[in-house]
Design a protein around this ligand. Structure first.
Ligand code: MTE
Ligand code: MO
Length: 199
């Protein structure tokens, strides 16, 4: 979309078109984890959605792979200011998983093998904007990037995309997760630069 005149050596990276404010582009894929990478076996792996009434909806690894698959290509934005363009994934839309889940809850708390948590409005997990992904760049998702499977919610800062995700608890009240409790923004919209509480 940009017109580049001869001799123009480029603009400051933080004002790249279509890049959220305060972000720069990186070609590599940094690893950001608060603790050790959990070892998760596929034969005991499960993903569970728990509703506000305590009802559980469970998927095994085979269940996950049997669902309709999507292959989103998208930009990702970390609150530590790196962004990566055009990452390619395969997984299941959260819409597919929530289809048939009976809930009136507005809040979701994702939780992971290893204990990480992050909260987001249930609405942000729906509407074709969130996936449970198991493949990155045509290969099984590496453990350090959240394999066997991670959440991918690219319209929010990447800390909302829980690696090694194990389930989602739905609730009628908002429960902050790991980074949200530590002072990061409750919602985390990169386009509004919602890095910390009060932004
Ligand atoms: N379970 C878990 N998920 C997590 C994290 C984590 O520490 N544990 N870090 C978050 C943060 S802060 C970022 S930026 C991304 C980093 O994903 P990556 O390591 O694949 O780049 O994962 C997010 N999901
Ligand atoms: Mo992050």
């Amino acid at each position: 979309m940009s017109t580049v005149s001869p001799g123009f050596q480029g603009r400051p990276r933080s004002t790249e078109p279509d890049l959220p404010p305060g972000q720069y582009l990186t070609e590599d894929f940094p690893v950001l984890s608060t603790g050790p990478t959990p070892k998760v076996k596929l034969d005991t792996w499960e993903f569970v959605i728990t509703t506000e009434t305590g009802a559980d909806y469970r998927w095994t690894w085979d269940d996950l792979l049997a669902l309709p698959q999507e292959t989103p290509t998208l930009d990702i934005h970390c609150v530590t200011r790196w962004s990566k363009r055009g990452t390619t994934w395969q997984g299941v839309s959260l819409d597919t998983l929530f289809d048939g889940v009976d809930t009136a809850a507005h809040y979701a708390l994702a939780h992971s093998y290893g204990g990480y948590t992050t909260n987001l409005p249930l609405a942000d997990l729906r509407g074709g904007r969130a996936w449970l992904v198991h493949t990155y760049a045509d290969a099984p998702l590496p453990a350090e990037h959240g394999g066997p499977a991670r959440l991918l919610v690219p319209h929010l800062y990447l800390w909302k995309s829980a690696k090694w995700v194990r389930g989602i608890r739905l609730g009628t009240t908002n429960e902050p997760g790991f980074w949200e409790t530590a002072g990061y923004h409750d919602y985390g919209d990169p386009w509004r630069e919602q890095r910390y509480q009060g932004d």
